[in-house]
Design a protein around this ligand. Structure first.
Ligand SMILES: [Zn+2]
Ligand SMILES: [Zn+2]
Length: 167
């Protein structure tokens, strides 16, 4: 039996055995590093988990099963991010006529010039088509509208982003 073992235990076998052993040790060390880092990021007592991770294989499996959930702070941050994105989506819409992306306070579609909003006759705020009264100055929508000057008013149409040079 020992002769058989000696025949099998060639230098090639020794080299292969060494390589496998080194790989296992590297894996083992990496698993400990991962457990310590992950436990630290989750805000738990990482040194306790480091001791647990010293048990080969079993320590790693135990940590994967029992590791604490993500930090509350991280979850709050994720929820905040989602809420922000939803608000951004609400701020932008698209033109009902041509589908061009428009912002919530656009009065005209910049692409096809379809009127998206009405303008308040008194304060020139953009109003939703369904509103019957201006929420900014309480003027009823369309009630005292002077005829034919609805779309192009000489003094008021230009908003702060556009220089009102002519008119
Ligand atoms: Zn359009
Ligand atoms: Zn108004």
């Amino acid at each position: 039996m020992s002769e058989l073992l000696a025949q099998l235990w060639t230098p090639e076998m020794q080299a292969a055995f060494t390589v496998v052993l080194v790989l296992l040790v590297i894996l083992y060390v990496l698993s400990i590093v991962w457990v310590v880092r992950d436990a630290y990021l989750r805000g738990t007592a990482w040194y306790i988990w480091a001791v647990v991770a010293l048990v080969p294989v079993l320590g790693l499996v135990a940590y994967c099963l029992l590791r604490p959930p993500l930090l509350q702070l991280d979850r709050d941050e994720q929820e905040l991010e989602i809420a922000l994105k939803q608000r951004q989506l609400m701020k932008y819409g698209e033109c009902a006529n041509c589908g061009y992306p428009v912002e919530a306070d656009f009065v005209l579609c910049p692409n096809c010039h379809t009127q998206l909003k009405n303008l308040c006759m008194r304060c020139n705020h953009a109003l939703e088509p369904s509103w019957t009264v201006c929420p900014y100055c309480a003027t009823p929508v369309g009630a005292p509208a002077p005829h034919a000057t609805r779309q192009r008013r000489p003094s008021g149409q230009a908003r702060q982003s556009r220089p009102a040079s002519q008119g």
